[in-house]
Design a protein around this ligand. Structure first.
Ligand SMILES: NC(=O)c1ccc[n+]([C@@H]2O[C@H](COP(=O)([O-])OP(=O)(O)OC[C@H]3O[C@@H](n4cnc5c(N)ncnc54)[C@H](OP(=O)(O)O)[C@@H]3O)[C@@H](O)[C@H]2O)c1
Length: 330
């Protein structure tokens, strides 16, 4: 498999931020895309002659078997990014199993599974390469994304189904709610409140870089049954990342909240979140946000010749154009 042009592929999560970007890039490259949508009306931005919206839920085995028909590659991007462990396990673990089993029964040539740096957990420090043991802890997202990877490896081995796993950092860019819209809204506050001096490492990766690697993993021979980090290497600081949004809003004023003031509230907030079924392990998260670490991309560079192409300044500038389009930035 050297090129996907004229082949038919399935993209799950196509109504979402990353899945939509993957689907549109593939379609523009001449690939026939089946774009999975639970609610097709959410896929209006996917209008393209090479995109067919396919209604379906990844937790439904029958719908998934139908969705993968005639596909050579499945890009499994869909996931639940919040909610209780029960909810996230259903989508991220059971859903991934359904996708993998459907792909195996349709003799798909490769599944590209979108995972996350979250699988390494909040104790990650220093240089984090792909062979670092996963310690996701009890946070539902981290745990369910790590379990989803296990399912990919299990089903892949059992059915001899080739797969490849991408572990992106914090994906930002046009249509990103988390790392662009929300972060811009935080950064435009003057002064911008954040934990301490903001010198801890952040891991923003521009969406086009993630799309590039996701698609490369579908065809590169060296990517088979391997996992790859996809994150800025070296990592910028939170102050550089959030400060870039503050500069767009015309200021550089920072309000460092001393971590010692925040720690005492962590157990109480954790207790409330745990009672709601969404434990967050805030104590460990506070340390994580202040720590130094880089999710190394040496493996993708060496094996695949991929490395991020969009530096932070360029990515923020491109995001600014979108923030203007949606009326958040003058
Ligand atoms: N955003 C980041 O910074 C980031 C970082 C690392 C990894 N990732 C991973 O990247 C992937 C995409 O994230 P994103 O930011 O694009 O999230 P998103 O915008 O919330 O998109 C998630 C997509 O998954 C779909 N989905 C969820 N449950 C489903 C189900 N049961 N059946 C079918 N579709 C379902 C959603 O459909 P609806 O539109 O119907 O809700 C949506 O299209 C995820 O695997 C995530 O873990 C994201």
């Amino acid at each position: 498999m050297s090129s996907l042009a004229n082949q038919t592929v399935l993209v799950t999560g196509a109504t979402g931020f990353l899945g939509g970007a993957v689907a549109l890039r593939l379609a523009n490259d001449g690939v026939k895309v089946k774009a999975l949508a639970r609610r097709p009306e959410k896929g209006q931005f996917l209008q393209h002659s090479n995109i067919e919206i396919v209604q379906g839920d990844i937790t439904d085995a029958g719908q998934m078997r139908k969705a993968v028909e005639n596909c050579s590659v499945v890009f499994h991007v869909a996931a639940a990014l919040g909610g209780s462990l029960v909810k996230q396990r259903k989508a991220n673990v059971d859903g991934t199993r359904r996708v993998m089993l459907a792909a195996a029964s349709a003799n798909v040539e490769r599944v590209v599974h979108v995972s996350s740096i979250a699988v390494y957990g909040y104790s990650a420090r220093g240089d984090v390469s792909e062979d670092k043991p996963q310690k996701p802890g009890s946070v539902p997202y981290n745990l369910s994304k790590s379990e989803a990877e296990n399912v990919v490896r299990e089903v892949g081995a059992e059915y001899n189904l080739p797969y490849s796993i991408i572990r992106p950092g914090m994906i930002y860019g046009p249509r990103s709610n988390g790392w662009t819209t929300s972060m811009f809204k935080l950064g435009r506050r003057k002064p911008t409140p954040w934990l301490g001096d903001g010198r801890g490492a952040a891991h923003p990766i521009y969406v086009d870089d993630v799309v590039d690697l996701t698609i490369l993993l579908a065809t590169h021979p060296a990517a088979v049954n391997e996992a790859f980090n996809c994150s800025p290497d070296p990592a910028p600081s939170w102050r550089e990342f959030i400060g870039s949004y503050s500069r767009l809003a015309g200021h550089q004023s920072w309000l460092g909240i001393p971590p010692l003031l925040v720690y005492p509230f962590a157990p109480l907030i954790d207790l409330i979140m745990t009672l709601r079924g969404e434990p967050q392990d805030l104590w460990t998260l506070i340390g994580f946000l202040q720590s130094q670490k880089t999710y190394k991309v040496t493996k993708a560079k060496t094996l695949l010749g991929w490395e991020p192409q969009v530096d932070l300044a360029t990515g923020i500038e491109r995001s600014a154009q979108w923030l203007r389009e949606i009326g958040l930035l003058a």
